[in-house]
Each structure stands twice: as C-alpha cells, then as structure tokens.
Design a protein around this ligand. Sequence first.
Ligand code: BGC
Length: 527
Amino acid sequence: MTSFRPAPAWLADAVFYQIYPQSFADSDGDGIGDFNGITEHLDHLSWLGVNTVWINPCFVSPFRDAGYDIADYLTIAPRYGTDDDLAKLVDEAGRRGIRVLLDLVAGHTSDAHPWFTAAAHDPDDHRYIWAPEGRPAGFVESPGPRPGSYLPNFFAFQPALNFGYARPDPAEPWRQPVDAEGPRANRRALRTIMDHWLRLGVAGFRVDMASSLVKDDPEKSETAGIWRELRHWLDGAHPEVVLLSEWGDPEVAVPAGFHTDFFLHFGGPSNGLALRSLWSNRSGTVDEAWDPLDCFFDAEGKGSPLPFVEAWQRASTALGSSGFISLPTANHDFSRLNCGPRTAEQLPAAFVFQLTWPTLPAVYYGDEIGMRYIPDLPDREGSVLGPRYNRAGSRTPMQWDDTKNAGFSTSDEPYLPVDPSPDRPTVAAQRADETSLLHLVRRLVALRTGTPELGPGGSVEVLNSGYPFVYLRGGRYLVVVNPQRNAASCPYGATHATRPLETTGVRIADGTITASGFGYGVFDLGR
Ligand code: BGC
C-alpha cells in the first residue's frame, strides 16, 4: 500500500460542524445565508467547542442542486459574499481555534459551466464523457451543436467530468483510458482548484461523491489512483490540510488517500444507522420499501448496536492508524436526528454515544438544539428527489432566537420556511437553560476534546451490546446509553467507585447497571 504522510495531528481531536450556508445566518436580509452571517455566529461555534467547520459548496452556480452544480470553481457565489468575506470568516474562525473546510465537487460541473458550453460545441473536447452519436444507456442528449450525448453524474444538468474508464474500449470511444488527454486535464484542474482555496487559508475539503470519478471501476482502484496522486501532492505542498470524503466506505477511501471518510446512510451496516430510528430503509435506496429500521436507536427497543459495532470494528481494524472514520449526526441529504415523534427524547443518548465513540463526530447545524426534520416541504434548489426523499426538511433555517424567522433572516421570504412549531427549539432559549440539549452537547464536546481516551485513539471495549449499550473507553471511562423508552439493566461485575461525569437516569449498584428510559451516563472509573 502506498504510504502517505500521517494525518495532521489536529485531526484526531476534530469535532466537525457542518454548515449548509443557505440556511445558517443571513446578514444582508436577502433571505439566504451568507459568509458574514456565519462570521457573526462564530461565537456560538466557539462556545459549543466545535473546532472544524465544513461548508457546502459556495461557488458560482445556477443552484439547481443547491450549489453542487458549479459553474465557476474559483469564484464565490455573490449571494454568499466575496473572497474577502471568506478570508475574513477563515481568519475570524482561526482566531477562535476553528478550521474551515470547503466542499470540493470533483466529479461533475453544472451544465452552465463554460467548460461544458465549450464541450457542447466542440467534438474534440474531452473534458466530459461524450458519446459521438446516439444515446447509450444513462446518457443525456447533447444540448449543443455537437452531436451525440453526454454522461451525467447525478442530475441530468450535472455532466460527469471525464476521468476515464477503468476498462477502456476503443469500440465505445467515450470509454477513454484514465491517462487520456481529457482525464489528465481534469486531474490538473482539481489541483488548481484545491491550491486556489488552500492559499486563502482553508484547512481542506469535504469531497463530494469522491468515489464517482473513474467510470466502470468496480474495485475503485483507478479512482483511488487519482486521489492517491492528489494526496501525495498535498502531503508535500499542503501537509496541514485534510481531505474528508463523501464515500461511505472508509476501508476503501482511506487507502485511496482520504484522511477520513464518513460512515454514511448509503445502506449496509456502516451507514450510521446506529444514530437513527426512522426515515431510513434497509436497502439504502429511496423507494417504496422505505420503512423504519430496527436500529439500536429504535425507541421501542427492537434494535441492536451490533451491526454498527461490527462494521465499525471491521473498518477500524482495517484502517489501523492510517486514517479516521467520521460519524455525522445527519447532513443536508438525510434526515436530522430529530425526525419523528419518537426521536426527540432520544437525542441526549444519541449525542452521548456519538461524542464518546472512537469516530470523528460531525454535528449537522441545528442538531445541537434538536431542530426537527420538517416533512413535506416543497422543492428548493433540487432538494426533493421523490415522494419519499425530501432533503428540504433537513435544510430549514437555523433557529437562533424568538425574533422574525427565528433570527435567521429579516426577509419576508427566507430560503426555506422556518420550523412552524410554536415550541421549536432555539439557541437563545437553550443557552439560557443549563438542562438543555445544547448545554449537554457543549459539555460532551468539552469532555471529549479534553479527554484523549474518548478520542479516536482510545481503546473501546463493549461490555453490553443490548439495551443499555455499555462500553469502556481507554480502560477508564464507562459509557451507558439507553435509547429506548423503557428502562433496561445489565450485569456489571466491577466493584470500584465510579465518578459520574455526565448522567441522567443511570444507577450502578449491586453488580447491576440500571438505566431509565432514554437514560445515559459517562463515568470516570479513575483507574
Ligand atoms: C451531495 C448532494 C448532491 C450530490 C450531487 C452529494 O452526495 O451531498 O447534496 O446532490 O452529491 O452533487
């Protein structure tokens, strides 16, 4: 296996916080969030204790897929501000010990990108994957004078950049080798884009659809080759930055050069479902089979943490010290933690689990106050992918306080409607209440970042893999999580004293751990 420079030391202590910029804070009253809005709220992030922010794409775009359809990689979308505003955000964040990652959309552009317009006029242009005639399966008809059709990567208006095919075939001329002229130009372009923003001071990138580059690459070996090349370049030119992939398979993504990869909701046991009880299905596909999954966080107690624990164990053993697994609470594509009538009470236990498990936690904006997933919203910027897959519900405005639009914007037309519920949570109300979820999350983040045993490098020993879920970190910190509504207990052999660091409803006595419904606890065994 190719060896890389070890990940920068700061990554092991990272607590990520994802900002969907449209919805975080609108400083100029146009209804859409912006960089200055984020900068104005950095004190919230600093108070919360998160130290690495990642921001969804913020570049020039027609915004038919919320900015994942880029028309100019090197220019900030005016609605978010200017290069100077981003530089100020990075600088102000840095003063608070917070790093900023941008989103690198590597596999496709918007069909409004000048590269695509040029390609649609020029049969000798190979930046995209273009069938000279006809329309092979999955291709989209040429919009320009150039005949034939092109391959999209996600929506039809997101043409796939040409990084070649793992199995080229001269009989199908669009299946070019990975070292053909078009793929080489695109690899160079990725480096130019990354270098451009790294020079402004960002600390790396979350990489969109990172596994999608080379086509017909079942083992992903050719796609990995591209990322390995980029990682070697970064190791030399920008050794302090990180690449965080949206791949969903750390065992493949980390050897491919990523410093860390998300466990994502793409189906299979590694999909982060330990944190979910609703709005996920078994196959990971979005279809009529969509139904609740009996995951560990099922409030009725039908789940088991084992599929998750085993998937984590496998990936973690394969990775060793070569990289990290990241575990998000949610993201802009999938439902928030608080996504159903049964989930609100589970949030404290879910955060105790997420912030004490040996993965890198990523908090999706608003999850720290338990913002709700809002069902049935109309489409905004490509958010609705089908009747059962509505991403808008996870993208509603951040709820800061009780003023207009929950303090998100003074506009009469906010980007998406604010949660209409009269008792919607807000940052202001929860800051004033030390028993709130927000305060709990803050204390847990502080506990984690101040306790190396709770980080990704500390050992974990599962002591009970049912309800309650019980594990020991670093041979010293006992974690008890009972995400179901009923009380649960399990035997506990140790007799030494336990100092509670954070607990609600957990009792350790007479060789038994008893946890009330939705109870949780972190204890210091002091060994
Ligand atoms: C992003 C989505 C986006 C898609 C196409 C992803 O996986 O997270 O929001 O629609 O890539 O770019």
